[in-house]
Design a protein around this ligand. Sequence first.
Ligand code: FAD
Length: 487
Amino acid sequence: MANSSKTDRVSHERVRGHVVDVDVVIAGGGPAGCAVAAALADLGLSVLLVDAGVDRHKQLAGELLHPPGVRDLRALGFGDVVAAWPAQPVRGFAVRFQAPAHTLILPYGSGITGLSLEHAALTVPLQESVARRPGVTLLSRARVTAVDRNDARGVRLRFSSQGAEHAIDARLLVAADGRASPVRRMLGIAEHHQRLSTMLGVTVDSACLPHPEHGHQFVGGPVHALAYAIQPGVARVMVDLPLGSSASMLKARPELLLALPSHLKAEVQRALEQQPAPRMASNDDWLAETVWTGSAVLVGDAAACCHPLTASGMASCFHDARALQEALHRHPGHIARALEHYANERRPAQRTRVALASALYSAFAGQDDGMWALRMGLRRYWERSPRGARASMALLSSEEPRMRVMAREYLRVVGHAFIAMLSLHGQGGRLRSAAPLLRSAGPPLRDAVASAVEQVGSWLHRRIRRPVYRLARAGWASPRRAFASNR
Ligand SMILES: Cc1cc2nc3c(=O)[nH]c(=O)nc-3n(C[C@H](O)[C@H](O)[C@H](O)COP(=O)(O)OP(=O)(O)OC[C@H]3O[C@@H](n4cnc5c(N)ncnc54)[C@H](O)[C@@H]3O)c2cc1C
């Protein structure tokens, strides 16, 4: 990062030993932090982006970006970065069911493509680009260490950089510091955390992928796997293993890769021999109880993180950035109102994303009778309904955020599962799979009802409080002026 050392030098001269006021401090310079920095600088706000500097060349993390994410990045002014990425086009998912092996294509809507590329190649240029924007100061290898005050007037926080600790006052603190988010804890926001599994990633020859220009899902084997090209001739394969697994365990038990076509399986085994330290990551559900408090707000994985099989994490980061920009633009003089608006706007899509990832992970990787039946239903539904395949891909890619659409599609799959069971099994097998199948439909339907009730509630809330808010913001012309008048 040739640029960031220059940025660091300039920034340190500005902040060392002083309490410096800025409009916004962003903790974390990953996909979410960079997108939010661009979005808020675009409103004319001064932004200090503080990044601990995790080495992204060693990380197993986001590499496939769905079309809504590409669109949001362009809208945030990263069009030149996206155009320069050494990325591969993605046209949807290819889902390969095991026993009997059969692949179904889930396409994006017509004419739109996603992109896939190596994680560092995707993220490092975003950070370099945002550091050059007017209004943005990047401090890399710096870390937010404490939040001393957080109320309606703003925040006071401390950060460490180059061995010294600094204090800073800001009107708004954005926690974009990833799923384990230390800042979320500093803010006292409660979280729900569940460790799900361990992901192992290797690179193989992309010629082994049966469907070029698609993200591959290998389902129904002893373990679930994902694969997609990340550069010409190179594909990433990610294998979802039980918690605590290691590469040597997978090497010793090649039968776990049963769902992969034989030539891809052989390539993964070869990669395990040749790449002694494959990239590993944990797969977690990590959900914050609220996404804002006082003058601080959570974005990206710090706000919500789920199993990566839908590859929706980064699109969600960029959506958060645009939602926060929109909220601050609409409510320029009132941070609390803006953050509440942001929380309300993003909640329906997040609920759908998280519920879908959980339901799909169970369906793709679950080993019980109910999940076996659900896979039969998915397969039958997608085989017979091109509209259904497109609707599923729209949900997976976050293009379709409505929970009721997810619930409707889920019920259709359950219906197809029952028909598939009737045609395949004798009475005993049917009864064994039917009960768990029906139980599996419970959580998505519960989520849909809860989401609908909540949306009505927040609509009523906005209708009642809007007149009060209008009076409060009278006379504030721009977010920049409003921030200044609130310091
Ligand atoms: C195995 C795996 C595969 C995935 N695949 C995909 C995929 O294909 N597509 C997709 O869209 N998503 C995918 N994801 C999810 C995606 O990686 C995340 O959604 C995305 O990286 C979240 O970005 P973020 O900016 O919120 O957090 P992060 O990328 O985690 O960045 C957080 C940043 O905060 C910094 N930081 C931490 N603490 C502090 C502090 N105290 N002060 C200052 N800075 C701090 C860190 O250095 C880091 O730079 C995958 C995730 C995993 C685990």
